[in-house]
Design a protein around this ligand. Structure first.
Ligand SMILES: Cc1cc2nc3c(=O)[nH]c(=O)nc-3n(C[C@H](O)[C@H](O)[C@H](O)COP(=O)(O)OP(=O)(O)OC[C@H]3O[C@@H](n4cnc5c(N)ncnc54)[C@H](O)[C@@H]3O)c2cc1C
Length: 520
C-alpha cells in the first residue's frame, strides 16, 4: 500500500471541501483533498444556485441571514465570474398575509440586508415574468451563482498553491494510533488501488455523508438528511430571482442562471441509505409546477428540461418532519474536545452561500492545532477567472470564445482558439478549445465531469445532437479512443434519471429521439 504524508486531509470535494482546501493551501499547509466521485457531485451540484442575500432566513434564522449577506457581498467581489448580479424580489400574492411583509423588512434590516418595499406596478416593470396579481413586493440583493464554476475555481486555486486533489477516490477508513486519527485509507475507484494517506489533521467535509464518515471513526453526528427536488426549464423566463414573501415553504424560489431557470424546492426527510440515489417523484414535479406558476405564470407553458434532487447536510438536535425549522447555520465540530478523538474535525451545515466562511472557520481550527498563525486571505483574493480585467471584446469575439469567457473569466486567455474554435455543443457554444482546456487543467475523466466544467449538454438538446461528437473529442484527448461509446452510455444513463420524471407531451418525443440516437 502506497503511503503519503500531509498536514491536512480534507474529505469531500463539494464546495465546503474545495473552499477548505483553498484556504489551507493559501496558509501554506501541505493539503490533500479526497473526493469519491467528481467535484461538486453531491449537494453542491444539486441546488438552486441562489446566492442568498439572507432575506429568506431573516425572520426565522437571523444568524444565518447575517452570515449570508456578509458572504454574498464578499463573493460578488472574489467570485465575480461565478456570480450574476440579478437582485431578487419577495412577492406577496392575494392569499398571503401582507402583514408578514412588515416583519420581513424589519428582520432584513436587523440582519443588515437592504430590503426595499416596491410598488407592485414597479415590480412588474422590473420583472415582467412575475405574477401580475401581486399585492406587494420587496427588492433584496439576491443573486445567482454557478456552483460548478465556484467549486472548480476553488480547487484550481488550491492546486496552484500546492494542494493535491484525488477525485474518484473514496475514504474507506481511518488510521488510528494511540487514540488519535493520523490518516485515512483510500480506494481509487478508477485504478482499484488502495492507499494510506497520513496527516496531522483530517477534516470531514463530506456533506450529508459526513454522518457515515463519523461512523467510520466510531463517533456520531446527528445529521438530518432533508431531500429537496428542483426543476430546470428550457429557457430563462425571469431576470431577477423571484421568492415568495412568507415563511420558507415548498417551491417558493425561481432562480435564473445562464440561459435557464430553476424552481425549487421541496423538503422531505429521507433515509441515509437513499442519499446515494435520490429520485424526483411525480408528486414533487406536480407540486413544483403548481406552486411555481404562482411566482411566474409563464412557466406553465415553458418546457421542463429535467428534474433533479439533492440532500441538505443539516444537523438536527430535535425531530422536525420537514427539516425546514433546522438552522442553516454553520456547524464546526472539534472531535478532540467533543468526543475525545484528536486529529479529526467536521465542518458541515451552512449553505453554498456561506461556504467561504465555513472554510475559514475550519481552517482556523486546523491552524490552531498545527501552530500555524497565517491569517485567512480568502475574503480578499479573487478566485482564478474572477480577476478584474477579463478584456474580452464583446463585439469582435466569436460566440464560442465569448461563452468560454463567461464561463471561465480571465482563464479564457489560456485556451488555444487558433485552429480549435469550432463549436462542438451548439446549445451552449462549447468549442474544442474549451474542451481541451478543461481536460488539461480541470480534472476531467468522462463526459459527466466535462459537463460540470463546461455546461456541455446542459442546454436545450440535453446532448441529443452533440454527445457522440463530444465523446470522440474527449476520448481522443484522453488518449483512449476506444472508450468513446462507454462515455456516451454513462452520460445518457445519468441524463435519463433527470428526464423520466418530466416526460410528457413533446418531452416524450425528444426522449424517443435521444433513445434512437444512442440506442438506450
Ligand atoms: C435542494 C437544495 C437546494 C439548495 N439550494 C441552495 C441555494 O440555492 N443556495 C445556497 O446557498 N445553498 C443551497 N443549498 C445548500 C447547499 O447546496 C449545501 O449547503 C452545500 O452544497 C453543501 O456542500 P458540501 O460541500 O458541504 O456538501 P456536498 O456538496 O454534498 O459534498 C460532499 C462531498 O463529499 C463526498 N464524499 C462523501 N463520502 C465520501 C468519502 N467516503 N470519501 C470521499 N468523498 C466523500 C461526496 O461525494 C460529496 O461530493 C441547497 C441544498 C439542497 C439540497
Amino acid at each position: 500500500m502506497a503511503s503519503q504524508e500531509y498536514d491536512v486531509i480534507i474529505i469531500g470535494g463539494g464546495i465546503t471541501g474545495a473552499g477548505t482546501a483553498r484556504d489551507c493551501a493559501l496558509r501554506g499547509l501541505r493539503t490533500l483533498l479526497i473526493e469519491r466521485h467528481d467535484l461538486a457531485a453531491g449537494a453542491t451540484g444539486r441546488n438552486h444556485g441562489l446566492l442568498h442575500s439572507g432575506a429568506r432566513y431573516a425572520v426565522t434564522d437571523s444568524e444565518s441571514a447575517a452570515e449570508c449577506i456578509r458572504e454574498n457581498t464578499i463573493l460578488r467581489k472574489i467570485a465575480s465570474n461565478c456570480v450574476e448580479e440579478t437582485d431578487g424580489l419577495f412577492i406577496s400574492l392575494p392569499e398571503d398575509d401582507i402583514e408578514y411583509r412588515k416583519t420581513f423588512i424589519e428582520s432584513c434590516q436587523r440582519a443588515g440586508i437592504k430590503a426595499e418595499a416596491i410598488d407592485p406596478k414597479d415590480a412588474i416593470r422590473m420583472e415582467p415574468a412575475v405574477n401580475p396579481d401581486i399585492i406587494g413586493a420587496v427588492k433584496v440583493p439576491d443573486a445567482s451563482v454557478d456552483p460548478f464554476r465556484l467549486t472548480t475555481a476553488n480547487v484550481l486555486d488550491a492546486t496552484v498553491h500546492g494542494a493535491e486533489v484525488m477525485t474518484y477516490s473514496e475514504v474507506t477508513g481511518f488510521i488510528e494510533e494511540n487514540g488519535r486519527i493520523v490518516g485515512v485509507t483510500v480506494r481509487n475507484h478508477r485504478s482499484g488501488e488502495l492507499s494510506e494517506m497520513r496527516s496531522a489533521v483530517t477534516v470531514n467535509a463530506a456533506g450529508i455523508w459526513g454522518h457515515a464518515i463519523a461512523e467510520l471513526a466510531g463517533i456520531s453526528i446527528g445529521m438530518y438528511p432533508a431531500k429537496g427536488s428542483l426543476l430546470i426549464f428550457g429557457h430563462r423566463v425571469n431576470r431577477m430571482v423571484i421568492n415568495r414573501c412568507r415563511k420558507p415553504a415548498n417551491a417558493d424560489i425561481l432562480v435564473p442562471g445562464d440561459v435557464v431557470c430553476v424552481i425549487g424546492t421541496t423538503s422531505t426527510k429521507v433515509p441515509f441509505e437513499d442519499c446515494d440515489d435520490i429520485r424526483v417523484t411525480a408528486d414533487e414535479v406536480n407540486l413544483l409546477l403548481e406552486e411555481g406558476c404562482k411566482l411566474a405564470p409563464s412557466i406553465s407553458h415553458t418546457r421542463v428540461l429535467r428534474a433533479y434532487a439533492g440532500v441538505r447536510p443539516l444537523v438536527a438536535s430535535d425531530e422536525d418532519p420537514t427539516g425546514r425549522s433546522i438552522s442553516r447555520g454553520i456547524v464546526l465540530l472539534d472531535h478532540e474536545t467533543r468526543d475525545g478523538l484528536p486529529g479529526l474535525i467536521t465542518i458541515t451545515g451552512g449553505k453554498l452561500t456561506s461556504y467561504r466562511l465555513m472554510a475559514e472557520q475550519a481552517t482556523d481550527l486546523v491552524c490552531s492545532k498545527l501552530g500555524n498563525v497565517k491569517k485567512c486571505e480568502t475574503a480578499l483574493r479573487p478566485l482564478p477567472g474572477s480577476e478584474e480585467e477579463v478584456g474580452i471584446s464583446r463585439q469582435s469575439d466569436s460566440l464560442g470564445r465569448k461563452a468560454a469567457g463567461n464561463r471561465h473569466g480571465a482563464r479564457v486567455f489560456q485556451m488555444d482558439f487558433a485552429d480549435k474554435s469550432e463549436v462542438v455543443c451548439e446549445c451552449e457554444h462549447v468549442t474544442r478549445a474549451e474542451i481541451e482546456y478543461a481536460i488539461k487543467f480541470l480534472d476531467v475523466h468522462n463526459l459527466i465531469d466535462l459537463r460540470r466544467r463546461t455546461r456541455i449538454g446542459m442546454g436545450t438538446c440535453q446532448g441529443s445532437f452533440c454527445m457522440l461528437r463530444v465523446a470522440t473529442v474527449l476520448a481522443q484527448a484522453l488518449g483512449c479512443p476506444e472508450k468513446a461509446s462507454e462515455f456516451v452510455r454513462q452520460y445518457v444513463e445519468e441524463r435519463w434519471k433527470g428526464l423520466t420524471p418530466v416526460c410528457w407531451g413533446e418531452g416524450i418525443r425528444e426522449m424517443e429521439f435521444m433513445r434512437k440516437q444512442y440506442g438506450k
